[in-house]
Design a protein around this ligand. Sequence first.
Ligand SMILES: *Cc1c(COP(=O)(O)O)cnc(C)c1O
Length: 351
Amino acid sequence: MEWIPHSRPTLGEEEVGAVSRVIRSGRIAQGEEVARFEQEMARRVGVKGGVAVSSGTAALHLSLLALKIGPGDEVILPGYVCLSVLNAIRQAGATPILADIDPASYNLDARDLPRKITRKTRAVIVPHLFGLPADLEEILSLGVPVIEDCAQGLGGSYQGKPVGGFGHLAIFSFYATKVIATGEGGMVLSDSEALLERVRDLRGYDDQDDDELRYNYKMTDLQAALGVAQLKRLEFFLSRRRAIARRYAEALALLGWTLPQEDPRRQPIYYRYVVGLNGGAEVERFLAACLQQGVGCRRPVYRPLHHHLSAPVLPHSEEAWQRNVSLPLYPSLEESQVERVIQVVKKAIEP
Ligand SMILES: *Cc1c(COP(=O)(O)O)cnc(C)c1O
């Protein structure tokens, strides 16, 4: 039986060629390819510039430091997102404050956010979860500095403008399973030269005269060449993602599950195709049944963050975690594999 993994990067001869060229050049650490990847990402997102780093988490950490956020400061994040976001806030020494999500979009609930703002609030981290742009207009109107977390959102847009161009800073991840992949990797994008300069300064420890704490968060030219090659194929990746999502929507429409919502303000990229099953206990059984049939479905968020912080339960984050499963969806998924996923998930739900 053929195994269909939950995610897989889409790599081909372009990528092999790009990395080989860097190896032959003999210059494999941060150099010209990194500068090129930064420029091309900034151009695609429509902002002034970017700073490539070693991961999305490093990008979040340096974004917080660039905003001079540290001990005693509060940073708001949603309760339903991966641990990376929480860890970056802790790495900066700041206090994480959880807000709940909107059950219709799984993104930060702009109505819960004002209740979490205090005199100590210094920023809010806004993920575009599963590739669906968050309520940027409402969130920006609160006047708190925004770090957009575009780790799952590259290529999406909000009211026609690419995500990543709305916040003070935006971060991206190029981990192996993300929209474009470099193995590990991340980037900070911004319209502010001053913020970018601070991120650039903190990225490397060498050749410094003062005593400020800096990091080694650099990306290599090997990764950046891979990133440039992947970025060239982004439009194709996005159209494949949309086509697979359309097929899932059509095939699963009548099962009574909660499917991704369409909304004219947001242009999603279907980074994940997340389905809300009915009733909590079902999820484990569903995942096991899919696994047994060779299809890798998963919980799209491993645990809600209030479980980690032993904070009060955020009802919508908790419910999303209890109900949601994510189906395989990536550009290299073949038509026949899409049909098999549909067959297997439909059967997995039968008692
Ligand atoms: C993947 C991801 C990150 C972290 O990126 P890494 O490159 O794995 O450090 C942060 N936020 C979100 C929403 C992500 O999906």
